[in-house]
Design a protein around this ligand. Structure first.
Ligand code: GTP
Ligand code: MG
Ligand code: ZN
Length: 338
């Protein structure tokens, strides 16, 4: 029998046979836990698993595990895709954030907290490398779109608001230019929430990003009955407080299944080959056929079409610098035997 993992806490899992929402508990077979040492969690939310009932074969057994009996996960089915990271560049173990996703909503904010472009670019590279379609949600747009007093947020000066608005325009230019969809949203005013709801319908989607960007708030806005825990960001550090602590899928009343996740602290890239990296920058992939050398790292090579595109402003300098930083870090951190 097969079902989807909808929640993971420690060694316990909750399963459901999607699109049915009928949860039942399960645990892993001891042996399975040892098989995949590469990853801290061999089974992630979104995984399709083969399971059996712990006490199946009894008389009167209905074969229906949704009545609360514990099931045992025997096998994880091959994944369509997943989002996977290293907690730090030095760590050897990987962490699978979620699997089998129709789309990921990378949630970011330009203020409260200010998310770094490098973080965003690493996340996007992972989406490209693992084949997960991604939309960037630029949340808390109320902070810079609302003239006068910002709604639902701390007071900021008109000048500050204008500065963030300029940053937002710049941000959209960079990422739309790279080929990504950027949707400005607000969990407070409801801006573009109907578009987001539409994008979630009949799909399994993931909300991911740093702590405090409003992932749980956006999900609550789409379905207030879910009543997910949220918390103000810390006034002292202007960072989120890591309010969501579990990986969990929720059914939306408007249709679809959303996975809410804890905020990510560090996003280390899982190993990739140096000459592969630019394939995960869609705007570089578009022009690199014109580079004189193949493969080309787009650093020192003469006749590099990527560098020409950066000079002409067709590829954003910010994205190119992120690319260079990732290449350099890779060299710096990778052990010789890797
Ligand atoms: N102004 C404004 N504040 C928002 C918006 N969305 C969320 N917030 C606030 O941001 C804070 C953090 O929201 P959460 O939903 O807890 O953030 P999260 O991304 O789930 O955080 P973690 O669970 O810690 O990863 C809360 O105080 C929310 O009220 C928004 O669109 N505009
Ligand atoms: Mg949360
Ligand atoms: Zn090149």
């Amino acid at each position: 029998m097969k079902a989807t993992v909808v929640k993971h806490t420690g060694s316990h899992y909750l399963l459901s046979k999607l699109p049915e929402w009928n949860l039942f508990p399960a645990v892993i077979k001891g042996k399975m836990r040892l098989e995949d040492l590469e990853s801290t969690n061999p089974i992630a939310v979104g995984d399709m698993v083969e399971y059996e009932e712990a006490d199946s074969g009894r008389e009167g057994d209905t074969g229906n595990s949704a009545d609360g009996r514990m099931c045992i996960i025997k096998e994880v089915m091959p994944r369509k895709n997943c989002i996977i990271r290293k907690s730090t560049n030095l760590s050897r173990q990987n962490h699978v954030i979620a699997a089998n996703l129709d789309r990921v909503f990378l949630t970011v904010t330009l203020a409260d907290p200010q998310v770094k472009l490098q973080f965003i670019d690493r996340f996007l590279v992972t989406c490209e490398a693992y084949g997960v379609p991604v939309t960037i949600l630029l949340n808390k747009a109320d902070i810079y779109l609302q003239e006068g007093e910002a709604v639902g947020s701390k007071k900021i000066s008109e000048q500050e608001r204008k500065n963030i608005k300029v940053q937002a325009e710049n941000f959209k230019n960079i990422y739309c230019g790279a080929g990504y969809e950027v949707l400005e949203v607000s969990a407070i005013t409801g801006l573009n929430m109907s578009v987001l709801e539409e994008e979630c319908k009949n799909r399994v989607v993931l909300f991911s990003g740093q702590s405090g960007v409003g992932k749980s708030s956006l999900i609550n806005r789409m379905d207030p009955n879910l009543d997910l825990k949220t918390a103000e960001i810390s006034a002292a550090h202007l960072q989120g407080k890591h309010t969501t602590t579990f990986y969990q899928m929720h059914p939306l009343a408007t249709g679809g299944f959303v996975i809410d996740t804890p905020g990510i602290r560090g996003f280390g890239l899982v190993n990739f080959k140096k000459e592969e990296l630019s394939n995960y920058f869609p705007e570089m992939l578009r022009v690199e056929n014109n580079c004189r050398f193949a493969p080309c790292t787009h650093t020192h090579e003469p006749g590099c079409a990527v560098k020409v595109a950066v000079e002409k402003g067709e590829i954003s300098a910010e994205r190119y610098y992120s690319y260079l930083a990732m290449l350099e870090e890779d060299t710096k951190y990778r052990a010789p035997e890797d």
